[in-house]
Design a protein around this ligand. Structure first.
Ligand code: XIL
Length: 403
């Protein structure tokens, strides 16, 4: 008797505790929702970016091996329906010497995406950075001839695009081949590719090889600062030439490494109008909006800070900066949605502000190359993405899904 009363009391106590816990969890959850999202009809915290944009375009993210497990992978699967390998398909990493291909990481990313029904953009087949140095040397260490270089480019593209045929739906075939200066007569970057080929025809060749290797994949020319007037004009010249030459190109990747006030709405519209007037599609391939301003040029008569000097402290993600970033993201997505018939993907470059390729590291054992082991670790962060350092949705997130 006594035992059963005690048991009853204990179970009643458990029930009260359980109900109290449930009420508390609900209140916590509701208040969290109110804190991170505006109380607007249509906003639903259970949806991801891909769901808000399901009638527009796939929304993607750049990934590395580290993103395939743990909290990043859960976030990726919830929010995105496209991925781009951040580094693992670039020529240097994937094809470090003539007969060596490193497929491991690229295969792992492709398998991850396929198993989660996520689309894959390939990045990239021909670039002047992270290149395979061996390609530019002839059999006896002499500079390679144009013929051999193009043959190697062809072999490379056949191997890589061929391996992922049917799995990669769009390729950045040529990356950043346009010159950065304000001189609009200088259309092409004077890269090893350009110099050895004595002109830009490696660009057309790369597209032809990619089309032969995978006739179904959509083929893109990819570049940054594509909204700025001089660069825009040069990219336009390149595109017109490719089209006149019957190059199999489907569209332009605008990288969208943007700043708080760059591009202006007018520049963004002009860039989109120009490219789409040529019958090409557009993908925003590497979007991020850094809060950092460009480094000022050192004043006349002074010298730049020596390499390895302690960087200026991180100014932090202040409310002022946050408001500007929210406004820039909102402006960009308002325009991007208006062009939805031409836009076939928007991809962010990295998952969250926890780690962006734009963060500058200095000091400490994990810091900059020139820093001593005992220097305190300093990180100047760019805070450029829609998820914060704890992978929570930022106000900028809500500004792009609230439409
Ligand atoms: C960057 C990666 O994010 C870094 O991890 C790497 O160290 C350098 O390359 N334009 C491009 C991308 O097309 O491939 C670059 O990615 C960023 C600029």
């Amino acid at each position: 008797m006594e035992f059963s009363t005690t048991a009853k009391n204990a179970s009643r106590g458990m029930l009260v505790l359980t109900i109290a816990f449930m009420v508390l969890s609900f209140v916590q959850c509701a208040s969290k929702h109110l804190v991170t999202s505006p109380a607007t009809a249509g906003i639903n915290a259970d949806k991801g970016l891909k769901d808000y944009y399901k009638d527009y375009f796939p929304v993607g993210v750049a990934v590395s091996m580290a993103s395939l497990h743990g909290p990043d992978s859960a976030l990726i699967v919830k929010e995105f329906n496209s991925v781009t390998p951040e580094n693992d398909m670039k020529m240097g990493p994937i094809h470090p010497s003539e007969n060596v291909y490193n497929w491991k990481n690229a295969d792992a990313i492709v398998d991850f995406a396929v198993s989660h029904h996520i689309k894959i953009r390939g990045h990239n087949l021909c670039w002047h950075n992270q290149e395979a140095a061996w390609m530019f040397k002839g059999p006896n260490g002499e500079p390679v001839t144009k013929e051999l270089l193009l043959q190697r480019l062809k072999d490379h593209i056949f191997a890589v695009a061929g391996r992922y045929k049917g799995k990669i739906y769009a390729w950045d075939v040529v990356n950043e081949a346009v010159d950065d200066s304000e001189d609009t007569t200088q259309v092409y970057r004077k890269s090893n590719w350009y110099k050895i080929c004595n002109g830009p025809d490696f660009i057309d060749s790369a597209f032809k090889y990619a089309h032969e290797a995978d006739p179904i994949a959509k083929l893109y020319y990819n570049d940054y600062n594509s909204e700025r007037p001089a660069k825009r004009e040069k990219i336009y010249k390149l595109l017109k030439k490719l089209i006149a030459d019957h190059t199999p190109i489907d569209g332009v990747g605008m990288q969208a490494h943007w700043k708080l006030n760059d591009p202006s709405p007018d520049e963004l519209r002009k860039a989109l109008d120009e490219v789409t007037s040529l019958g090409l599609k557009v993908q925003f391939t590497e979007m991020d909006i850094t809060i950092r301003l460009p480094k000022p040029n050192p004043a006349a008569g002074t010298t730049a800070a020596p390499a390895g000097a302690t960087p200026t402290p991180d100014p932090g993600f202040t409310p002022e900066v946050e408001a500007k970033q929210v406004a820039q993201y909102k402006m960009a997505f308002d325009i991007i949605r208006q062009y939805k018939q031409y836009i076939t993907n928007v991809t962010f470059w990295n998952v969250s502000d926890r780690s962006s390729w734009l963060d500058v590291r200095g000091g400490g054992p994990m810091g900059g190359a020139a820093a001593g082991v005992n220097t305190p670790r300093v990180v100047i962060k760019a805070y450029p993405l829609l998820f914060d350092e704890n992978r929570q949705r930022k106000k900028a997130y809500w500004s792009v899904v609230n439409f």
